[in-house]
Design a protein around this ligand. Structure first.
Ligand code: PLP
Length: 406
């Protein structure tokens, strides 16, 4: 007789339907890479923006500050909004970059948590936020969790990946509450001109929008022109500026970021209280690590000189290859450590990336994973590895192109 338990249909526990379109290509593609690695293949990872995977080291004085905090017993929960000395250091840093009318500063678990909390505290059902396309996928992921309809504006490759301002304006509807600006940009590497930022601020002013400015790569400008904080250009506009220690201070694993809310002539108090409420409910960001924020922002900055020097050489090498491989072209990245070359190939960029991984064990991320959708033909390459490793990767990509598309 058959076991009755075998005949009973197993009840499925379904995930929420609003997650249907949620993808995080940067990590999703890594699943295939892990499978290949288990089969004994050595993968060249150019997919994740973690400098610590390569020849970059955390400044020792930051490690010492955290170790001391641990020894001093700072191992309980921290205050929900952040420890005083970190809040003061972040506020002082924001003021140094020209941000005035600061109405709130919060320490979070990375920029990731700051984005999640600040979007959640703003949006009601049915409201929308305009996100860039291509985009760092976190924004749309959080918006999908909030049940907001996708609504994106174009970044124009022909204009060095600057935002298409007309398109941006056309995406502002009744119920649109905010827009997101990533500068320097992930995945494109663009650094926006002052004129562009002023125009975006003007749109926000006219349409009563909050600007979310993700500035996590601000200290990693690769050319002489330094990025400008949009909040500094528009002291009257409500702006939430995000930054953190992950990239420029080489501690992505410490999970520390922050948000600075600024703007004059608008009552931001209810919104700031909403953020605080959410932050209290999640208790606190990592405690001992917060003791590295002041030493990071106010201590020696020598490592930045070294990081930028390395990144410039690696960016230039990347450009040399991107522009010499047939069917590939690339706008030169000017900040951060990503290049976003365009492919001129039949088929999808996702298939390209998977096949490249299988045949050459080189792991990059497809452009369509950054919100561009079907038909997009880009790759995001992380140019953090040393020159010899990058040379090997680009030789592999060139050979792959020759074998498939010449
Ligand atoms: N914003 C951008 C544009 C990023 O590229 C990243 C990480 O790659 C993050 C935010 C997340 O940063 P954090 O490590 O501070 O959460």
């Amino acid at each position: 007789m058959a076991d009755s338990r075998q005949l009973t249909r197993v009840r499925e526990v379904l995930a929420a339907t609003r997650l249907e379109h949620v993808r995080y290509a940067i990590r999703d593609i890594a699943v295939l890479a892990e499978q290949l690695a288990r089969e004994g293949k050595t993968i060249l990872p150019l997919n994740i923006g973690d400098p610590l995977l390569f020849d970059f080291q955390t400044p020792p004085h930051m490690i010492e500050a955290v170790a001391k905090a641990m020894r001093d017993g700072k191992n309980g929960y921290a205050p929900s909004l952040g420890i005083d000395e970190a809040l003061a250091a972040v506020q002082a840093e924001a003021e140094r970059t020209g941000i005035r009318n600061i109405q709130g500063v919060f320490i979070t678990q990375g920029v990731s948590e700051a984005v999640e909390v600040c979007l959640s505290a703003l949006l009601n059902p049915g409201e929308s936020v305009v996100t860039p396309c291509p985009e760092y996928p976190l924004y749309s992921l959080v918006l999908a969790q909030l049940g907001a309809q996708p609504n994106s504006y174009r970044l124009s490759e022909d204009a060095g990946w600057e935002p298409d301002l007309e398109h941006l304006e056309s995406r502002i509807f009744t119920g649109t509450r905010a827009l997101i600006v990533g500068d320097p940009n992930n995945p494109t590497g663009a650094v926006y001109s002052r004129r562009t930022l002023e125009a975006i601020a003007e749109l926000a002013r006219q349409h009563n929008l909050v600007i979310f400015a993700d500035e996590i790569y601000h200290k990693l400008a690769l050319d002489d022109e330094q990025p400008v904080s949009i909040a500094a250009l528009a002291p009257d506009v409500p702006v939430v500026t995000f930054n953190g220690l992950s990239k420029a201070y080489l501690v992505p694993g410490w999970r520390l970021g922050w948000a600075v809310v600024s703007g004059a002539g608008v009552d931001l108090k209810p919104y700031v209280e909403g953020i605080q409420k959410l932050l209290r409910a999640r208790l606190s960001a990592n405690h001992p690590e917060q003791y590295a924020i002041r030493p990071a922002l106010e201590g020696p900055q020598d490592h930045l000189v070294e990081v930028i020097a390395k990144l410039r050489v690696r960016r230039d090498l990347t450009m040399k290859w991107c522009n010499s491989i047939p069917r590939m072209s690339c706008v030169a990245p000017r900040g951060g450590f990503y290049a976003f070359p365009q492919l001129d190939i039949p088929g999808s960029d996702e298939d390209f990336v998977k096949q490249l991984l299988i045949e050459k064990q080189i792991l990059v991320v497809h452009g369509s994973g950054f919100g561009q959708g079907r038909g997009a033909q880009h790759l995001r390459i992380v140019f953090l590895p040393d020159e010899a490793t990058l040379e090997r990767a680009y030789q592999g990509i060139a050979a792959f192109m020759r074998e498939h598309y010449s």
